[in-house]
Unconditional design. Structure first.
Length: 75
């Protein structure tokens, strides 16, 4: 019973680094479809920052670029 499920509270603090804040990180752009698809579910919904461990500012930019790509028909 040591496995942690999505619905159990975490005893200790668990934090991952933002994948867009590291060195040589991919650029968040509406033309970069392969990066945007990683942060979308199969249904086309945007994955929350709690699950994807993206920082608040980068999550806002990611959301904006995903919506822009959807409007242009790239996603």
């Amino acid at each position: 019973m040591n496995k942690l499920s999505l619905f159990q509270k975490n005893d200790g603090k668990f934090s991952k680094k933002c994948p867009f804040s590291i060195k040589n990180a991919p650029i968040i752009d509406y033309k970069n479809v392969s990066v945007l698809k990683k942060y979308m579910s199969d249904n086309g919904k945007i994955i929350s920052s709690k699950i994807s461990s993206v920082s608040f500012g980068k999550q806002k930019k990611l959301t904006k670029e995903i919506k822009k790509a959807k409007i242009l028909g790239l996603l």
